[in-house]
Ligand binder design. Structure first.
Ligand SMILES: [Ca+2]
Ligand SMILES: [Ca+2]
Length: 176
């Protein structure tokens, strides 16, 4: 859902890459250094921790039920969503510190699988916001992906199985 959305960087960033790289569908190679090809900031550039924020304006209003994020391993981050009814930002996903699980740019939830989605309680929104929560003062992010609920694969595989079974019955009947 976030693919190709409009990205706004609010605050003071050290990086020169475009915010659009966060929603281009491309992950950096695992363990890429935190300031190489990323959107990054640190507490020298932004002395007041957590003041920087990255806003993703989606192409419309969506129901979102999961995320994948690639960010520096040794910090925690937060994905928030704009709740239009309450006119406030609310937490969608607290992105955990993965210091023990990775090095440099590290995919959450699964550093070894860039297609595994972190499920959340579904939210409805047209805007997301990404911020650093805590860490070593050197923060970076390279990809933010949002997903809507999709039917469980097992459901439609079962459906196909039933159809194939029915086809077999019809063919047997036709031969008689
Ligand atoms: Ca990217
Ligand atoms: Ca860091």
């Amino acid at each position: 859902m976030a693919l190709g959305s409009t990205v706004t960087l609010d605050g003071n960033f050290g990086s020169s890459v475009s915010g659009s790289t966060l929603v281009d569908g491309v992950f950096l190679p695992a363990s890429t250094e935190w300031e190489t090809g990323t959107v990054w900031w640190d507490t020298n550039i932004d002395p007041i921790n957590n003041r920087n924020s990255i806003t993703l304006k989606l192409k419309g209003q969506y129901v979102i039920s999961g995320f994948i994020v690639q960010a520096d391993d040794n910090d925690s981050y937060r994905v928030e969503y704009w709740d239009a009814n309450a006119s406030t930002w609310k937490t969608a996903w607290d992105v955990p510190n993965y210091d023990a699980l990775g090095w440099g740019m590290t995919i959450r939830p699964n550093p070894n699988d860039n297609s595994e989605i972190q499920s959340i309680s579904p939210i409805t929104t047209s805007e997301l916001r990404f911020t650093a929560v805590n860490g070593d003062g050197y923060y970076s992010v390279s990809e933010i992906q949002a997903f809507s609920a999709v039917p469980e694969p097992s459901t439609w595989i079962t459906g196909v199985g039933i159809c194939v079974g029915m086809l077999g019955t019809l063919l047997r009947r036709a031969r008689k």
